[in-house]
Design a protein around this ligand. Structure first.
Ligand code: AMP
Length: 307
């Protein structure tokens, strides 16, 4: 079993309403996803991504320091610039405004999948241009489970590619606002159901501090977020959530998502991974979480949601 991910690896600038600010720190959908997934997988998480030659060595070192991540598919492209994103959170920390998105190298030729990654069976297409996501999907003939994430930008600027992508994936993970933008439906259940009509067999709608709602062949359901007392920076929570989810599917088997109980376990692990991510700016916390900390928080969360 092997989990492969493509998405952005970039440099973020983030401001929070309490005056917190992180300038030029490691971010990107792929980075957060991989760090979170690696907490749960048996085999190393295979990363396919591209950065420019301005990507700092210290950020390379941070990625390299994360256990169970295979960076053989990370390309540092000469003459190109790294993806950069800036965001500012509103007072409730649940909504944010994107200040800038500089696609840079993400708008160029997509990264290549190394030969050693071609046998990957579980695929996660973290946020990136849907054409890049499709490209990776098509280059993996042995895929048994493919799940994608998307974002308002791509719904707005690349809807045709996104539609093609949706018709080819098993699952989609997206935020409430994005589900609404994609389907025109305000009700979360109605929006999630409408997404399944576009292709995916399961859909998870993330609602920040209000947890998630899912539509699955076994029925619909919801899980609360972990009730965090300190939220330093919510950036990457969605990607880490997806990492916990997919990392658990890797551990339990590519078909495990079909089992409603395993599906809930995977969602719970996603929730736990997200709860660590928001404790710091950048990947500082999620990259250093220990197995004992994950286990303790997963038990605490399981007790919290028991009725
Ligand atoms: P999240 O908070 O889970 O939505 O993820 C935020 C991360 O995604 C940040 O680290 C950004 O670098 C990255 N990001 C922001 N916008 C995009 C985009 N349009 N496509 C891909 N990644 C993005």
């Amino acid at each position: 079993m092997s989990l492969i991910v493509t998405g952005t690896i970039g440099i973020d600038s983030v401001s929070t309403p309490d005056g917190g600010h992180a300038e030029g720190v490691l971010g990107g959908s792929c980075s957060y996803f991989a760090a979170a997934a690696a907490l749960f997988t048996r085999a190393p998480v295979r990363v396919v991504g591209v950065v420019g030659d301005d990507f700092p060595a210290t950020m390379h070192d941070t990625l390299r320091s994360i256990r169970r991540i295979d960076l053989a598919g990370l390309e540092a492209r000469k003459g190109s610039r790294t993806f950069r994103w800036g965001g500012r959170y509103r007072d409730n920390m649940d909504q944010r405004d994107t200040l800038f998105t500089d696609l840079n190298v993400v708008g160029e030729e997509p990264p290549k999948v190394p030969a050693a990654f071609k046998d990957s069976t579980i695929v996660f297409l973290a946020n990136s241009h849907p054409a890049v996501q499709l490209g990776l999907l098509e280059s993996l003939p042995k895929r048994a489970l493919a799940v994608a994430d998307t974002m308002d930008l791509w719904i707005n600027v690349a809807r045709d590619d996104l539609s093609r992508l949706l018709s080819r994936v098993d699952g989609l993970v997206l935020n409430y606002d994005e589900a609404q933008l994609l389907t025109g439906k305000r009700n979360t259940v109605a929006a999630a159901r409408a997404v399944t009509a576009l292709g995916p067999k399961f859909v998870v709608v993330k609602k920040g501090e209000h947890g998630c709602l899912f539509v699955h062949p076994g029925g619909i359901g919801a899980l609360p977020a972990y009730p965090a007392e300190t939220v330093t920076d919510p950036t990457g929570a969605g990607d880490a959530f997806a990492g916990g989810l997919m990392g658990t599917f890797e551990r339990l088997g590519a078909d495990s998502w079909k089992d409603p109980s395993a599906f809930r376990t995977a969602l719970a692990n996603g929730t736990v991974a997200a709860s660590f991510t928001i404790e710091s700016f950048s990947l500082t916390r999620i990259a250093r979480v220990t197995d004992d900390e994950v286990e303790a928080r997963a038990s605490e969360y399981a007790a919290m949601i028991r009725v």
